[in-house]
Design a protein around this ligand. Structure first.
Ligand code: URP
Ligand code: ZN
Ligand code: ZN
Length: 488
């Protein structure tokens, strides 16, 4: 089965140029001018369009069991929605319950994901610690293609990893060539503030941002960056929403620490006023962690994306319908946390990023695909329009307009945080594994056509960070302290 994309402008993270792209056997096999249509079974016309690597969303939660319910998009509906938005790969999360073997949880998620219609991979969360976790991390990296482990610094009493777990898990990740990732919010503070607010009689969705202010995120980001620095471990922080965490990342990068940061499209566009909506249903629909922030944080996020402080965009796609959100009607701490976005990420980022001049088209490719492929070690199989790469492509029409709405979306949820937003720039075609899976408004994907993507470990010389103690040996620090008249 061959597929030819003609007359488009190829855009990679490094450059763009005019060329036709020929795919066969699921791979890109030629990129040249004036390839003959008779060479292909399917020919797509990309005149006036960009031909880009399919999006990679490195942070989704399809059918996640969470807070007493299960996220409403499963691996089929969620990946179909991804494809409709130009995303051809997701990296989802295996989240073992405390005490559950990591390998058991991994195989459970692998079975759930078999119905996916785009390629997928898994980060595995470390939610507790004993020697079986140490052993299973090794098996997951060596035998099952996992090269990143997730740590939730929040959700006390459920999946939270305290400092003790981080300090065990980070060096283990490093010796395996895997990348630790974190959800940075101080879970003890969130728990304390939630109790305090409830005592004061605050039960509505406004309690959500009040119990998770930006400093709660900033403190956790600062702390985990210092922990990783002392241990000499690289680090990836998911869903940065606030100036406080972004500046912690910027400072770390400035002093040479290997820290990567992700940002969600939702945090770029939505502010915390949504939690004060008089309509409880609408306010609750926006409950996710970290919460939406005062507007000033949004500009800082855009600057951080444009300036290279943050490298990836994601959605944390984790949807709950109104009736599920109702679980927290009398107590905001019981509202299932999560919002949708996998279908809208690319169009929203294009419209508000490229059309405004904040980002170039090549930046867009880097931020939606290439950087995630590099950071999670699947480049250039993914993230590049290149001979030999997987034929995961999006033909992007920069003039195509649409109004985002829950009424017309493919996401299986009854709400859309971008409801009514008009965007200019959307996929005309999406190609997954060399097959046309989205054709001008129609999702053609079939359940089970997505493949599991193994991600190899990183060779240690690519990730190991010089440890703080090696860069600043204790004698040297003492000598410096003596020079400035401070003996400690
Ligand atoms: O509110 C969110 N983000 N729900 C999903 C779990 C997480 O924290 O990523
Ligand atoms: Zn999170
Ligand atoms: Zn998440």
């Amino acid at each position: 089965m061959s597929l030819l994309i003609k007359n488009g402008t190829v855009v990679n993270a490094e450059r763009s140029w005019t060329a036709d792209v020929l795919c066969e056997g699921g791979k890109i096999i030629a990129i040249e001018n004036r390839l003959s249509s008779s060479d292909a079974d399917t020919v797509l016309d990309a005149r006036h369009c960009f031909v880009m690597p399919g999006g990679i969303d490195p942070h989704t939660h399809m059918q996640l069991p969470f807070m007493g319910t299960v996220a409403s998009d499963d691996f089929f509906t969620g990946t179909a929605a991804a494809i409709a938005g130009g995303t051809t790969m997701i990296i989802d999360f295996v989240i073992p319950s405390p005490g559950e073997r990591l390998l058991d949880a991994y195989h459970k998620w692998r079975a759930w994901a078999e119905k996916s219609c785009c390629d997928y991979s898994f980060h595995v969360a470390v939610t507790w610690w004993d020697e079986s976790v140490y052993a299973d991390m090794g098996t997951l990296v060596q035998d099952w293609g996992v090269n990143s482990f997730k740590h939730f610094m929040a959700y006390k009493g459920a999946i939270m990893a305290d400092d003790g777990v981080l300090v065990q898990s980070f060096p283990r990740s490093l010796e395996l060539g895997a990348l630790p990732t974190v959800h940075a919010e101080n879970g003890e503070l969130v728990d304390y503030l939630q109790k305090l607010l409830r005592k004061k009689g605050i039960t509505g969705p406004e309690g959500h941002p009040q119990s998770r202010p930006p400093k709660v995120e900033g403190e956790a980001a600062q702390r985990v960056i210092q922990i990783a620095g002392i241990l000499g471990v690289p680090l990836y922080l998911v869903h940065n929403s606030a100036i406080d965490s972004v500046s912690a990342i910027a400072q770390a990068r400035q002093r040479g620490q290997r820290v990567f940061g992700e940002c969600l499209t939702q945090h770029l566009l939505i502010d915390e006023s949504v939690y004060y909506d008089k309509d409880w249903r609408r306010a609750a629909a926006h409950v996710m962690s970290p919460p939406f922030r005062p507007k000033v944080h949004q500009e800082a996020l855009w600057d951080a994306l444009a300036g290279g402080v943050l490298q990836t965009t994601a959605t944390d796609h984790c949807c709950f319908c109104s009736e599920q959100k109702e679980m927290g009607h009398t107590d905001f701490t019981k509202i299932p946390n999560g919002t949708a976005g996998v279908e809208d990420r690319m169009a929203v980022l294009w419209h508000h990023g490229v059309n405004t001049g904040r980002l170039t088209a090549t930046d867009f490719v880097a931020l939606t695909s290439t950087n995630a492929a590099k950071i999670f070690n699947i480049y250039p199989r993914k993230g590049a329009v290149q001979i030999g790469a997987d034929a995961d492509l999006v033909v992007w029409d920069p003039k195509r307009k649409k109004v985002i709405s829950a009424e017309t979306q493919h996401q299986q949820v009854d709400f859309n945080v971008f409801e009514g937003m008009e965007v200019e720039g959307s996929p005309l075609y999406t190609v997954s594994n060399g097959r046309l899976v989205y054709d001008d408004g129609k999702v053609l994907a079939q359940a089970g056509t997505g493949r599991y993507v193994s991600r190899p470990p990183f060779p240690p010389y690519l990730v190991a960070q010089q440890r703080y103690n090696d860069r600043h040996p204790p004698q040297k620090v003492q000598r410096a302290a003596a020079t400035i008249g401070w003996e400690g």
